[in-house]
Design a protein. Structure first.
Length: 206
């Protein structure tokens, strides 16, 4: 499993409590599903990632904050917003996790800021495999949520694309990150916000 520092463990526990109390067991189960799938993606290709110097095993409170804050806020206000903003935000952060952790096996990334090849691990760098894995991560959350929240396959389809778009937005903001504007944590938060907002749009439309 991924390792968290003490502050990260406390923050994860706090977010878990908020999600359970204000969202309910199914909200927490979906967040645990995210953690499981994210761990699998991180562990995959461990040796190759470590050789390239891009393997991240330990996580700080900043990682927990950037991935857990938006879903927790969505759960906190779920009595007003419904479950879709929460689900959309979780779909987006797993989509981004799959893109970054599995997309690196798709060859040389293309930097969105210049459309030129860059090294693996550079923010704003994308591969075709990364886009495919990004969509796969979002679909995993959407399908999990379909069973946990008992909504229609059409909603699951919309959530899949909402999460994927969140990951794409993350990559676009990654270009700014490479220019010294923001950090990995701020782009992750923006990714989650995008997924949450699109989830809210889906909730309003439907």
């Amino acid at each position: 499993m991924l390792m968290l520092d003490k502050a990260g463990l406390f923050l994860a526990f706090l977010f878990g409590v908020v999600i359970l109390i204000f969202g309910g067991p199914n909200y927490l189960l979906l967040m645990l599903a995210f953690f499981f799938f994210a761990t699998v993606a991180t562990k995959y290709g461990y040796a190759e990632k470590k050789e390239k110097g891009i393997y991240e095993h330990d996580r700080s409170w900043e990682n927990v904050l950037s991935n857990g804050l938006v879903p927790s806020v969505c759960a906190l206000f779920s009595f007003i917003l419904g479950p879709l903003p929460f689900i959309g935000s979780v779909a987006a952060i797993l989509s981004d996790k799959f893109a970054s952790e599995l997309g690196i096996f798709g060859g040389k990334p293309i930097f969105l800021g210049s459309l030129k090849p860059v090294e693996e691990g550079v923010s704003g760098g994308v591969t075709l495999l990364g886009f495919m894995m990004s969509l796969a991560g979002s679909v995993l959350i959407a399908v999990s949520a379909l069973f946990l929240f008992n909504f229609s396959p059409n909603v699951a389809l919309y959530i899949s694309f909402a999460g994927f778009i969140g990951s794409v937005v993350d990559s676009l903001f990654g270009v700014l990150e490479e220019m010294g504007i923001g950090s990995k944590h701020t782009t992750n938060t923006i990714c989650a916000i995008t997924g949450g907002l699109l989830g809210y749009v889906i909730w309003v439309i439907l």
